[in-house]
Design a protein around this ligand. Structure first.
Ligand SMILES: Cc1cc2nc3c(=O)[nH]c(=O)nc-3n(C[C@H](O)[C@H](O)[C@H](O)COP(=O)(O)OP(=O)(O)OC[C@H]3O[C@@H](n4cnc5c(N)ncnc54)[C@H](O)[C@@H]3O)c2cc1C
Length: 575
């Protein structure tokens, strides 16, 4: 058993963890990637400040692989892929001073397995999880030079203020901390909360995927409806096909599916908009020309120059002009005759958003994006919009986060961001190729893309039908492929308790939990809460786009760690 895991087993039944009075105590609740990043930044700061004060660090993480958490659990199937190219994965903020080897994901793979991977490829999340867990073990060892470190393999149910400290409660123990950080991300896999109209339909949650979507729960030959048409829809569809020994082969320009006979008869995705996620370019097949860099840099500079708070982000605004002009400039790079303008980009976006998308239009958009993303077709406006959003995103994050957008603009901004999520942050092109193969094989059926489920009282309780006015199909099983939004907190988790106690509040407009640049939340009365930090998904909007593996887009872990190290230092000097 590894040292970190052994430590977790050492925790006894419900007990009060008391430490020596002068020991500075840090608690980390949730150790997925963000918990790991906090620990890693803390380790760097402690080394930099030569902190030798008596220190303890308690890590609370119920999943098996700290650092990876449940999203990147290394026991999950390898067809669940990243939507982020391998070359961008690096858990380390910098090279550090410890002398220990700090490898990015591609370097780590080479060292660990002796294999060179395509840096433009999209790795299995399980393998990324192995990397993250390995980084965690390294950081754990680094921290042991400065602190007594303990991993508690359990969930935290509550955190409460007690004088100048924070008290953590689990089903096994209660403990007090001088500094507490909540990095609970998705708060684990949760049971879906279907909307009112669908309360009678029994949904199977998508995750954990192998357990929930086994042949025992969804029998071969059944008809399955999947709520949601985003990345999780693809994960679920692969679990019902690849996992069941179906094979994909590439013939010429296309993917083809060879059924195993164990898959469902039909897989029917349905969503509110019917709009697909567009394929993310495979840069080995469609290299992004270096000449585009200047366009993106100009765009980022222009976003950075916007006066704050941004008072308008609608189609007439400067913000939107910068985006559409950047996209038009990018598409022009590939054109020799007609000249793209921001009006053309705007019209494309208007068409994209108009009403619900018909199945044939949605399929055509997927096919086209697949061909562009794999270098088979000239880049189009859809590609340019996605590329502009991805490349300008760091500046948008800088400007919009921490109240950089006027409260009354959030509705417009969320509309843009939700569409851009589909256009810019879609699946790897290969996975779109696989979905197209399943559509061509007649297994994935898009006819009911914007339809709703109807309860079928003539059959087994919980079964239903789906129809589009022309055809109606009986559905045997329904899978929920929509994850709870960042606003939907776990009813039995520590964040909900803090919100109910009004110890923290939501940022007016964005509705994410309001925090400052160190992750310190703000009380209902507008005061910054000290010695507590909340970093990650629940602050979405206050901190834009922080549900990502990216270590470069946000610097809260570094800021938090620097402040904590200074505090430890000051306390030492005052003693
Ligand atoms: C299916 C899926 C696929 C994704 N794919 C990508 C991708 O390809 N690229 C990308 O950039 N991002 C992706 N993401 C986003 C992903 O959430 C982030 O990359 C990253 O996992 C965020 O890290 P985190 O630590 O903030 O949150 P999480 O990964 O959610 O980690 C939070 C940790 O806290 C623990 N925890 C939760 N509640 C408690 C509690 N009460 N007490 C103690 N511990 C608790 C959990 O066990 C978990 O380990 C994906 C997300 C999902 C759900």
């Amino acid at each position: 058993m590894s040292a970190p895991l052994a430590a977790s087993v050492a925790v006894g039944d419900r007990s009060n963890l008391s430490h020596g009075a002068s020991r500075f105590r840090i608690g980390i609740v949730g150790c997925g990637p963000r918990g790991l990043y906090c620990l890693q930044s803390l380790s760097d700061e402690l080394r930099r400040n030569r902190c030798v004060r008596s220190l303890s660090i308690d890590i609370f993480e119920p999943s098996e692989f700290p650092g990876a958490g449940n999203v990147y659990a290394s026991c999950q199937p390898h067809y669940l892929k990243m939507n982020f190219a391998a070359k961008h994965i690096n858990a380390w903020a910098d090279l550090g001073e410890s002398g220990a080897e700090r490898l990015d994901f591609v370097g780590w793979l080479k060292q660990r397995y002796g294999t060179s991977v395509d840096p433009n490829g999209f790795a299995p999340r399980a393998v990324v999880g192995e990397y993250l867990h390995d980084c965690y073990r390294k950081v754990y060892a680094e921290l042991e030079e400065f602190a007594q470190v303990t991993l508690h393999g359990c969930r935290v149910s509550r955190v409460d203020r007690r004088v100048r400290r924070w008290v953590v409660q689990t089903d096994r123990l209660e403990a007090e901390y001088d500094e507490l950080v909540l990095t609970v991300g998705h708060e684990g896999w949760r049971t879906p909360q279907p909307s009112q109209e669908q309360t009678k339909v029994e949904f199977i949650p998508a995750f954990p995927i192998r357990k929930n979507l086994s042949v025992e729960s969804i029998r071969p030959g059944e008809t399955v409806a999947i709520r949601g048409y985003g990345l999780t829809w693809i994960d679920v569809t692969l679990a019902l096909t690849t996992e069941r020994s179906g094979a994909f082969i590439v013939t010429g320009d296309n993917w083809r599916y060879l059924p195993s006979g164990c898959e469902p008869r039909r897989i029917i995705p349905f969503s509110r908009s019917g709009r697909p996620m567009l394929a993310k370019p495979n840069e080995s097949l469609f290299p992004q020309p270096a000449a585009l860099d200047a366009i993106w840099e100009r765009g980022r500079d222009a976003i950075d120059a916007l006066q704050l708070p941004i008072h308008r982000c609608d189609r007439g605004s400067e913000f939107w002009q910068i985006l559409t002009q950047s996209a038009a400039a990018a598409v022009n790079h590939f054109r020799d005759r007609s000249f793209g303008t921001s009006t053309e980009v705007q019209n494309w976006f208007d068409d994209w958003c108009r009403g619900t998308m018909k199945p044939a239009t949605s399929l055509a958009a997927m096919r086209r994006s697949f061909r562009v993303a794999t270098g088979r077709e000239v880049p189009d406006v859809g590609w340019a919009m996605g590329a502009a959003w991805r490349n300008l995103y760091p500046a948008i994050v800088r400007q919009v986060s921490y109240g950089g957008l006027a409260a009354d603009q959030w509705k417009t901004f969320w509309h843009i961001a939700a569409e851009m999520e589909r256009i810019a942050f879609g699946p790897p092109a290969d996975n779109v190729g696989r979905m197209l193969a399943l559509i061509d094989a007649g297994i994935v059926d898009l006819r009911f893309l914007t339809s709703e489920l109807q309860i079928d009282s003539s059959r087994r309780a919980g079964t239903c039908t789906i129809g589009n006015g022309i055809d109606t199909v009986a559905v045997d099983r329904c899978v929920d492929a929509v994850l709870p939004s960042p606003l939907q907190l776990h009813s039995a988790g520590p964040l909900q308790g803090l919100l109910e106690a009004r110890t923290i509040r939501r940022l007016h407009g964005s509705e994410g939990i309001e925090v400052d640049r160190l992750g310190r939340p703000v009380t209902e009365k507008g005061r910054v809460v000290d010695v507590l930090s909340i970093i990650g998904r629940s602050t979405e909007g206050c901190v834009l786009g922080n549900d990502t593996l990216s270590r470069t887009l946000h610097d809260q872990p570094q800021r938090w760690a620097a402040e904590v190290a200074t505090k430890i230092q000051n306390r030492k000097e005052n003693e």
